[in-house]
Design a protein around this ligand. Structure first.
Ligand SMILES: [Zn+2]
Length: 63
């Protein structure tokens, strides 16, 4: 199973999810704040893994 990286739109938290092929992200929740529908990341979020705050939402998502 591939591992996808997701980024929460609400708090900017990035996390990895083991996901089966064909399985959507509808039931995924942010493990940090519980917000639904995280955004699948290809590369942008992975770059800032050690400094993920603000890395996904342009710096305005963490409040
Ligand atoms: Zn979140």
């Amino acid at each position: 199973m591939p591992i996808y990286q997701y980024c929460c739109q609400a708090c900017g938290h990035s996390f990895e999810v083991l996901q089966r092929l064909g399985e959507g992200a509808e039931q995924l929740r942010c493990p940090q704040c519980g917000a639904p529908e995280p955004v699948k990341q290809v590369a942008a979020c992975a770059v800032g893994k050690s400094q993920s705050l603000g890395g996904c939402t342009g710096g305005s998502g963490f409040s």
